[in-house]
Design a protein around this ligand. Structure first.
Ligand code: GRF
Length: 212
């Protein structure tokens, strides 16, 4: 029996179609290990993000080549080429919109984003920070935790607001601090947690509130 293409279409189960993935960009400044962990997780058919774009503010960021090697469009928007933060962010925003990006993940992105950029991406912009926020906003978190004599440290995924490492906390992972730890020892232990926490939390956020 021959079937027309119409009859074949009618036989196709509609429920088998893969769920729509959210078009997601990752902003980086360096090696991009968090970005790669998310890219790896996003290869699963049921992962809710499609990593369509990686943007670095630094041309030398190793993460740009790593993203390209994964077949992901990688773009540098060099902040030093602009006279002001606003001009840099206008171009960054335009690149994100040109690629129809719906959600933005900062992963080792070392630029402070202004209130107006943050407002434009409200509810669609998250960051990971290597401390148990609200402790140790800003830089050198591992060194500061050791200096304070803390027994625990960790990382936090949070919504980005106009403050630095200040937005609502979404998820945290805790690691112990051992006697004799150096900042590098601690950074390694925390990063191991980041690489698990960030992909898991991004999935959770997109599954719960795709457009918060
Ligand atoms: C991570 O520890 C991240 O939390 C911090 O910078 C580091 C970036 O690492 N903000 P990578 O670029 O993801 O490898």
């Amino acid at each position: 029996m021959r079937m027309s293409s119409d009859s074949l279409n009618a036989l196709r189960p509609v429920s088998n179609s893969a769920p729509r993935k959210t078009r997601t960009a990752v902003l980086i400044s360096g090696r991009g290990s968090n970005m790669l962990a998310i890219v790896e997780a996003a290869k699963a058919e049921d992962y809710p993000a499609d990593i369509c774009l990686v943007v670095s503010n630094k041309e030398t960021a190793a993460g740009l080549d790593a993203a390209e090697a994964q077949g992901i469009t990688a773009v540098c928007v060099d902040h030093t080429a602009f006279e002001s933060r606003t001009e840099f962010e206008d171009v960054l925003d335009a690149v994100l919109r040109e690629h129809n990006i719906e959600f933005v993940v900062c992963a080792g992105f070392m630029r402070v984003l202004s209130a107006s950029f943050v407002k434009g991406w409200a509810g669609r912009l998250i960051n990971i920070h290597p401390s148990l926020l609200p402790k140790y906003k800003g830089l050198h978190t591992h060194k500061r935790a050791l200096k304070a004599g803390d027994t625990q440290h960790g990382c936090t995924v949070h919504w980005v607001n106009e403050g630095v490492d200040d937005g609502e906390i979404i998820a945290q992972a805790i690691v112990p601090i051992h006697t004799g730890d150096t900042p590098d020892d601690l950074a390694t232990r925390v990063l191991e947690q980041e690489l698990g926490l960030y992909p898991k939390t991004l999935a959770q956020v997109l599954n719960e509130k795709p457009t918060k």
